[in-house]
Design a protein around this ligand. Structure first.
Ligand SMILES: *Cc1c(COP(=O)(O)O)cnc(C)c1O
Length: 958
């Protein structure tokens, strides 16, 4: 690395200067406003001295953007892209270039936040609605959610759904032995702490005898076999269990749908609909259920409602049932999901339409049938008589010789016990099929074998029901039209490419373009997660370095990159604690203390890990009530497993007592789980592993620049102290390697959504240790600057003893409810008229707003935001002084749309200009949200979560 630059020069001129919003000049002015002499002085007033890290980060010299890309190209060259015919839930696929460039590589899509403010999220909500429609149609079920993390976790969620819906005494669940092994591993992890037994077997013979609350059947099976699930489902039904089918979306275009076969739930992966394998992810998983189960469905659900003008509008349906919000009563902890990938999969279906999808499926199936005919000629007939795209061949002692020949052809096969598996996909050509034959020992010609092919789709299982008849899946066959459709949707949304998104606890910082580039390079995008390790040397070098850096940043001894979201990291961390206690003969330690201010995922994750949650109070300063914690730790001393604490707290403050809290819990034999979602306030300044915590997750999609994607992807790696290292998540493909670990797998792939780890890696590479520390300092400055500017108008709720907030602040408009009848919702919607996304509403304190600017927002943008907030306060004052009633005020009518401004006769108490172009907004660059305020109650009463098929319109017209 070049040694000629000094680190401080790098901050002034290097990438850090581009990542950090305020200029050195701005920083000086802002320090004056907050009343601190320097950044160092501000930090000293913000963090307790007792937790400051003694040594700087050891991350090396930062690279420039050009150097970083060259470095990534070098890593990429150490990965080798073979043709992977491994299957097992991951397939080669062709991402249409128009979707790659205009969605996956387009910040209008990837920098958006979860659509909690639906009026400014209509584009991605429509795309997700299309996704739900596609899943409902292909699975033949009534309601689908808007994605889950991966197929294996979707299976675990489905098992849990079956357990709570089947109302059976038995705690046993049946798993088809044809289920993908990584899915089985995640099911085992989920079942163990809840005391459920898994019975693995052949459903045709073994299901009859088993008393179970449900069963998971893979369709087609992992070996490729297509079996008729109807008798299995009937056997299950007879004893009151729920039937779950793990299905392949492409196969469902030709095969009878799970709904038609009688299943209650369908799950699976939408990866092969255009989403690159990415050495494990990210990909969207799906779940669809019968209507009667819809209220038990985990994850987010997009529904159609109406706005104030009576126009149709989308929003998240049944939001209060969003699982993690139900805290320890939650049955799932899913929060961040896989929105961007669900959008891509839906657009893939929009691009191809039902005929295009069926044609792809038929071609893949035909190639597989030709492959089978050739293998029969070679004396190696496949196991399965009936298949879709996957064959399994008994090869016995010839296995290693065939595998070696396949590798020489640059082909990966699935290696079983004396068997080899071959899974084809839409990228398979006749040349690939011929190369497979050569590997199996015969020089056959595709054209010559083709006539001997037999159609082996199960005759009783051919799909007869139509699908994707809705207009959106018909209208966009021309690229011009599709491009405009995607543009139309993204124009409806407000993402980071338009304005600051000041959501507290979400850390919506810059997702630099350079950071986003390598993940779509084929050398990162096209690797199968179970490809031989030698083909992924670049990836493994990146993983090792990233683990080392994250360990240095957090002060932990070991890191697991497996969890696919923050909440999944919490779950993995709590499981590590559980295993640790059990290994010491203290399996009875199950009590987990959680402060009342915690994010809802904390208690949900603790419950999933088999813990009993005990809530600890907060005092009126917003800090954890140390005396209450001490009393509860003492009361539960014998059974204390852990505390889960967020630091700095969800109240946006570095509490003085963190070390004491850790000591109290350790003194009673418990472990400290420190929620690292707020790591952006401490990178380079303090290390959780040094001040008393045992394990944390890191939301790489917050602090480490993975874009939020409209609600995912994310990554939630965990760091642990050495004593917990043996209990980090394991994985079947890691068995026998250095990384072998004894905790159960929490995700389908060993390194989670590996391809997006490149983003965080490049970020650290370009920032260097000093750049990262400076970013943290400026994040703290920006938050304190906002607190200083807004406090006279909206009081800042919590600060530390020296009057400082951490990287975010809570402002409190609750008094305005009494003085003017204004709700936090009114303020949030009015901010849209000023061109802003609202801050986090009502978390962690109901009725308040939590604001997090991050280091990436410039002084100019922060000023614009503060000015908007202050102008809104003035509008509220007009209510207080009686100019308008709240009902007649622009706040209650917000957000204003073109429908408002175009009203023929203006009968409002304020002018058109005041309503539509409030102080400081420009007419030229105005963001118009497409719909007015949305009626949530109407939508929940009239639940519509997918587009009706076109025939329904025809019926209605008759
Ligand atoms: C974001 C967040 C989480 C959950 O992370 P996901 O990645 O959305 O699962 C947990 N705790 C806190 C404090 C958070 O802000």
């Amino acid at each position: 690395m070049p040694a000629h630059r000094s680190q401080s020069e790098d901050i002034a001129t290097g990438f850090a200067r581009r990542h950090i919003g305020p200029s050195p000049q701005d920083i000086k002015g802002m320090l004056r406003v907050v009343g601190a002499d320097s950044l160092e002085a501000l930090v000293d007033q913000t963090l307790p001295a007792a937790i400051r890290q003694p040594t700087p980060l050891h991350l090396g010299q930062p690279l420039t953007e050009t150097e970083a890309l060259a470095h990534m190209a070098d890593l990429a060259s150490r990965n080798e892209v073979f043709t992977s015919l491994i299957g097992q839930g991951y397939s080669g696929t062709i991402l249409p270039a128009v979707i790659q460039r205009n969605i996956l590589e387009n910040p209008a899509w990837y920098t958006a936040y979860t659509p909690y403010q639906p009026e400014i999220s209509q584009g991605r909500l429509e795309a997700l609605f299309n996704y739900q429609t596609m899943i409902c149609d292909l699975t033949g079920l009534d309601v689908a959610n808007a994605s889950l993390l991966d197929e294996a976790t979707a299976a675990a969620e489905a098992m849990a759904l079956a357990e709570r819906s089947a109302h059976k005494k038995t705690k046993a669940f049946f798993v088809d032995r044809e289920v993908h092994p990584q899915t089985l591993a995640v099911l085992r992890t989920r079942a163990e702490p809840l005391g459920w037994t898994l019975i693995v077997g052949d459903p045709v013979h073994d299901l009859q005898k088993a008393d179970v609350f449900g069963a998971l059947i893979q369709y087609p099976g992992s070996s490729g076999a297509v079996r008729d699930p109807r008798p299995m489902i009937a056997a299950l039904r007879a004893k009151g269990g729920l039937a779950i089918i793990a299905a392949d979306l492409l196969a469902l275009t030709l095969l009878a749908s799970p709904g038609d076969l009688g299943a209650d739930i369908a799950i699976g992966s939408a990866q092969r609909f255009g989403v690159p394998m990415g050495y494990g992810g990210p990909h969207a998983a799906f779940m669809a259920v019968r209507d009667s189960l819809k209220r038990a469905l985990p994850g987010r659900l997009v529904g159609q409602s109406i706005d104030v003008h009576g126009q149709p509008a989308y929003r998240l349906a049944l939001q209060t049932r969003e699982q993690h919000i139900r805290r320890e009563k939650a049955t799932s902890n899913i929060c961040t999901a896989q929105v961007l990938l669900a959008v891509i999969a839906a657009m893939y279906a929009v691009y191809h339409g039902p005929d295009g999808l069926s044609e792809i499926a038929r071609r893949v199936h035909r190639r597989t049938a030709v492959l089978a005919a050739g293998l029969r000629k070679l004396g190696l007939p496949p196991h399965n008589e009936s298949f879709f795209d996957t064959l399994t061949v008994e090869v016995g002692a010839r296995q290693s010789e065939i595998v070696a020949r396949a590798l020489a052809e640059r082909i990966n096969l699935r290696i079983g016990d004396g068997t080899l598996g071959i899974a084809l996909d839409e990228t398979t050509t006749p040349a690939t099929v011929e190369a497979v034959w050569r590997a199996f020992g015969g020089a056959l010609n595709y054209r010559e074998v083709e006539p001997e092919m037999r159609d082996t789709l199960h005759p009783a299982l051919k799909r007869t029901s139509s699908f994707l008849t809705q207009e959106v899946f018909q209208a966009y066959r021309s690229e011009t039209e599709l491009l405009r459709y995607m543009r139309k949707l993204s124009d409806r949304d407000l993402a980071l490419d338009r304005a600051m998104i000041p959501l507290g606890s979400c850390t919506m910082k810059l997702n630099a373009t350079t950071e986003m580039m390598p993940l779509t390079w084929p050398a990162f995008a096209s690797l199968h997660p179970f490809a031989p390790r030698e083909q992924a040397a670049g990836y493994h070098a990146l993983f090792a370095k990233l683990e080392e850096w994250l360990a240095d940043i957090t002060g932990y001894d070991a890191v697991s990159l497996q969890p696919n979201s923050g909440a999944q990291g919490e779950y993995a961390g709590m499981l590590a604690i559980r295993h640790y206690h059990a290994a010491r003969g203290e399996a009875h330690r199950k009590v987990c203390l959680i402060p009342s201010s915690a994010h809802g995922t904390n208690p949900a994750s603790a419950s999933m890990a088999g813990m009993d949650v005990v809530v600890v109070a907060c005092n009126n300063r917003g800090d954890v009530d140390v005396e209450d914690l001490r009393a509860k730790a003492e009361q539960h001393s014998a059974d204390l497993a852990a505390v889960m604490i967020t630091y700095p707290s969800t109240h946006g403050v570095f509490e003085e007592h963190i070390r004491e809290i850790c000591d109290i819990v350790h003194g009673h034999g418990g472990q400290v789980y420190l929620d690292g979602a707020n790591l952006n306030a401490q990178v380079g300044l303090a290390r959780p592993g040094e001040y008393g915590a045992d394990v944390s997750h890191l939301n790489l999609h917050k602090t480490f620049c993975i874009p939020h994607g409209g609600g995912g992807p994310g990554m939630g790696p965990i760091g642990v102290r050495a004593h917990l290292k043996p209990y980090l998540p394991g994985h079947l493909v890691l068995d026998g390697t250095d990384e072998q670990r004894h905790g159960g797998a929490v995700a389908a792939a060993p390194f989670g959504s590996a391809s997006i780890l490149t983003i965080s890696y490049i970020y650290i590479l370009m920032m260097g240790g000093e750049g990262l520390r400076r970013a943290t300092e400026v994040a703290i400055l920006n938050a304190n600057y906002i607190a200083a500017k807004l406090d006279p108008h909206f009081p800042v709720l919590y600060r530390n003893e020296r009057g400082r907030v951490a990287h975010e602040c809570i402002v409190d408009p609750r008094a305005l409810k009494n003085s003017a009848g204004v709700t936090v919702d009114d303020i949030a919607k009015r901010l849209i008229d000023y061109g802003f996304h609202a801050p986090t509403m009502s978390f962690p304190v109901p009725g308040t707003l939590m604001i997090e600017p991050t280091e990436s927002e410039s002084k100019a943008e922060i000023d614009r935001f503060c000015d908007a907030m202050i102008a809104i306060r003035h509008e509220i004052a007009e209510i207080e002084t009686g100019r308008w009633s709240v009902e007649a005020s622009p706040l209650r009518h917000a957000p204003h749309t073109v429908h408002d401004i175009a009203e023929e006769v203006w009968k409002r108490a304020y002018t058109r200009h005041e309503g539509c172009f409030p102080a400081g907004t420009t007419r030229t660059d105005k963001y118009w949200c497409p719909v007015g305020r949305i009626d949530n109650v109407y939508g929940d009463r009239n639940l519509v979560c997918s587009c009706p098929p076109i025939e329904d319109y025809a019926l209605a017209a008759e």
